[in-house]
Design a protein around this ligand. Structure first.
Ligand code: SAH
Ligand code: MG
Length: 216
C-alpha cells in the first residue's frame, strides 16, 4: 500500500545508493574529510552527522541566509565546519562543547578548514554557555546535537533567542529509536517534541534518527 511505503523513510536506501548520492551531491574536500575522520582517529565517539545530513545543514543555513548560529554539541567540528562554510562574510557560529578534549580537536579542524575567524568554541555544560550567549541574541539558527536530556530546555532557550523566521534544527529526535519508551529520558524527549510542535511551525524529517526542523 502506498501509505505503508511512505511511512518507511529508509526503505529504498542501500549502501550503494547512499555512497553514490553522497559523492554526487555532498562530496568532502580535504578539510571536511579531516574533520569527519577525526573522531575515529582521536579515539572519540564517531557520532558526527552523516555526510548528506552535514550537507543538508549547510543548505539550511544558506536558505535562511543565517548570519548568527548556535550549535549545541561540537564533537570534532564536522557539523560546525559544514555550518561555518555556509555563513556569509561577517557571519558567526558559536558552538558549545562539554569536553575540553573534544573542543581542542574541533578547534584544530576548524582552523585547518579555514573558518577559525568565524567560529567560537565555548567549553562547558551547554546550559551555562547558553545563559551567557543570550546577550548575543537574536540568532538565525540553533542546531541541537548534544545530550538528549537537555533538548527540552535547549528548545525553550531557542524559542526565546531565535528571531521570528529563525530555524531550530535537532538531530537524534527519534532518541536512538527509544522515543516511545516508558522511561523518564524518553518522556523528556517527547516533551521536547510537544513543545516544538506547539511553539514552532515544525516537522520531524525521517532521517535515520529523526531531524526536527522548526520555524520560529
Ligand atoms: N554535532 C557534531 C556531533 C556532536 S556529538 C557533529 O555532527 O559533528 C555530541 C557532543 O555533545 C559530544 O562531543 C559531547 O561531548 C557533547 N555534549 C554532551 N553533553 C553536553 C552538554 N551538556 N553540553 C555541551 N556539550 C555536550
Ligand atoms: Mg547527532
Amino acid at each position: 500500500m502506498a501509505d505503508q511505503d511512505s511511512r518507511s523513510g529508509a526503505r529504498y536506501a542501500t549502501p550503494e545508493i547512499l555512497g553514490f548520492v553522497e559523492r554526487v551531491h555532498a562530496a568532502h574536500d580535504a578539510g571536511l574529510q579531516r574533520a569527519f575522520d577525526a573522531p575515529a582517529r582521536e579515539a572519540m565517539p564517531a557520532i558526527q552527522l552523516a555526510v548528506s545530513e552535514g550537507k543538508l545543514l549547510s543548505l539550511l543555513i544558506r536558505l535562511v541566509a543565517a548570519r548568527k548560529v548556535v550549535e549545541v554539541g561540537t564533537l570534532a567540528g564536522y557539523s560546525a565546519l559544514r555550518i561555518a562554510r555556509a555563513l556569509p562574510p561577517g557571519g558567526k557560529l558559536w558552538t558549545l562543547e562539554l569536553e575540553r578534549s573534544h573542543a581542542r580537536v574541533a578547534e584544530e579542524n576548524l582552523a585547518v578548514g579555514g573558518v577559525a575567524d568565524r567560529v567560537q568554541v565555548l567549553v562547558g555544560p551547554a546550559r551555562d554557555s547558553l545563559s551567557g550567549l543570550a546577550r548575543e541574541a537574536p540568532f538565525d539558527v540553533v542546531f541541537l546535537d548534544a545530550d538528549k536530556g537537555g533538548y527540552a530546555d535547549y528548545a525553550r532557550w531557542a524559542h526565546a533567542n531565535l528571531r521570528p523566521g529563525g530555524l531550530l534544527i535537532a538531530d537524534n529526535s527519534y532518541f536512538f529509536g527509544q522515543l516511545m519508551a516508558e522511561k523518564a529520558d524518553a518522556a523528556r524527549m517527547r516533551d521536547f517534541h510537544e513543545f516544538v510542535g506547539r511553539s514552532f511551525d515544525s516537522v520531524c524529517v525521517p532521517t535515520p534518527d529523526g531531524l526536527v526542523l522548526g520555524i520560529r
